[in-house]
Design a protein around this ligand. Structure first.
Ligand code: NAG
Ligand code: NAG
Ligand code: NAG
Ligand code: NAG
Length: 408
């Protein structure tokens, strides 16, 4: 197997070179704007003393805090009391006040701490897509009857709007171009999470990241119970076995080789971790500046960051099935209509070993690693609630699948 970087993202596989170049410039401009703003709104961005980093990264100084200047400049009284009576109002407010990315993250970070949800709360589905979601009919079927228990936010290509009759219509958040294997995907995740945290109409307690090739393989009620009863978040996070991932970029001194983690971007997390994802700034800055070459921000930043701040709080596995069986190109195996059968879906549902995902990917010829799926400490639990990647043309075959198989 070659040392080719794999893309673990659903988006970005079709990007042209010119697109990448223009985005790199945008990312630079965005980065400068971000740090300038942080400077102006008076947040403390100074890094902890290097000598103490490995042993005592204290949470507070590494997370965004609301500053008096920001409170004044955005009229927080309005924001935090009545303004978010409706999701649309919130979007209008954010647009009208021209809140920068940095301000949005600070407010969301604050909201994460402020709010606790009664009765389990809602599950926020965060979609990162380029445009259309061809498997929408399945999602419609999946959500049917659970209007009170889910909310949807979509980060699509800038300017993309879903048709009026779509499940996803009006759920688009202000977005930026997304380049694969870059901080753009992390930024898209952070922005989506921020909107979901700030949405006062929905008390979102769990956050599920999905893409256009994701399919639910359980009923909504089973997934809801699985997630809201879990003590920990489902974030794929493992120590990469391949040396070139550890040597390929300048990790130290902020990060040690032992601390680096890798894993699928497609994760499910609790509100506590949502707050960390929007508010963490120390490792974010490190990855933003130094994660180049053999470093893949979308597969390493959140996975590493959460494993440092809350190692016991994440399951180190995903609940989204993916087939990285070698040999594979830069993308995991895509299931098309020709091979989708009820038995295939049942196979995914029956898995209690995490066999086919990233653990296989890290083997790189060195053999397959698998581990039992723990659920609240119980081994050999069902691993998966969702699966990817499914081809757009598979929608009809999937829609013909009886609910006795899909669970919905
Ligand atoms: C919003 O901010 C951007 C970038 O900071 C600026 O170019 C634009 O003019 C602002 N728009 C409004 C309506 O203030
Ligand atoms: C996840 O991995 C970390 C090490 O990074 C470990 O401390 C933690 O116990 C693991 N979590 C579970 C649930 O096994
Ligand atoms: C996983 O993908 C490989 C192709 O890379 C395919 O041969 C195999 O059947 C797939 N496994 C499952 C369980 O679908
Ligand atoms: C999945 O598990 C169920 C219940 O144990 C069993 O009836 C079924 O045959 C299994 N299907 C597959 C494809 O493994």
């Amino acid at each position: 197997m070659s040392g080719e970087p794999e893309s673990h993202s659903c988006t970005g596989e079709l990007k042209s070179h010119a697109y990448i170049v223009s985005n790199r410039r945008m990312a630079f401009v965005g980065c400068v704007a971000f740090f300038t703003l942080i400077y102006h709104i008076g947040l403390n961005f100074s890094s902890p003393m290097l000598s103490t980093v490995f042993h005592s990264i204290t949470r507070d100084e590494n997370f965004l805090e609301i500053s008096p200047t920001l409170v004044q400049s955005t009229n927080s009284k309005e924001i935090f009391s009545t303004f978010y009576s409706r999701y649309d109002d919130q979007k209008i407010y954010l647009a009208r006040n021209n809140l920068s990315d940095a301000e949005l993250l600070v407010l969301a970070s604050h909201a994460a701490k402020r709010k606790t949800c009664r009765d389990g709360g809602r599950i926020a589905f965060l979609f990162i897509t380029r445009g259309d979601i061809p498997l929408e009919p399945l999602w419609q079927r999946y959500f049917e009857g659970y209007i009170e228990l889910y909310s949807i936010y979509v980060h699509a290509a800038p300017g993309f709007k879903f048709p009026k009759n779509s499940l996803f219509s009006g759920k688009e958040i202000p977005s930026k171009d997304v380049r694969k294997l870059s901080m753009d995907l992390v930024d898209a995740l952070r922005t989506l999470t921020a909107y979901a945290l700030l949405d006062d109409t929905a008390c979102n307690s769990w956050f599920v990241l999905a893409c256009e090739s994701t399919v639910p393989i359980r009923s909504f009620s089973l997934s809801y119970a699985y997630l809201t009863n879990s003590k920990i978040s489902f974030v794929d996070s493992f120590h990469p076995a391949r040396e070139w991932l550890l040597d390929g970029w300048k990790m130290e001194p902020e990060l040690s080789r032992q601390q680096l983690r890798k894993g699928e971007l497609w994760m499910c997390f609790q509100r506590k971790h949502a707050g960390m994802i929007v508010g963490e700034q120390y490792f974010y800055k490190k990855f933003m500046i130094d994660c180049k070459g053999a470093c893949f921000p979308d597969e390493e930043y959140v996975q590493t960051m959460l494993s440092i701040y809350d190692p016991q709080g994440i399951a180190n596995r995903s609940v989204m099935f993916v087939n990285w069986t070698s040999p594979h190109s830069s993308s995991p195996y895509t299931y098309n209509s020709g091979i989708i059968t009820p038995m295939l879906i049942q196979n995914f549902q029956n898995l209690t070993l995490d066999l086919m995902g990233m653990h296989q990917d890290i083997g790189g010829g060195a053999g397959v690693q698998s581990s039992t799926c723990l659920y609240n400490g119980r081994s050999q639990s069902p691993c998966f609630l969702f699966a990817r990647k499914f081809a757009a043309e598979a929608v009809d075959v999937l829609m013909q699948m009886p609910s006795s198989v899909l669970g919905y």
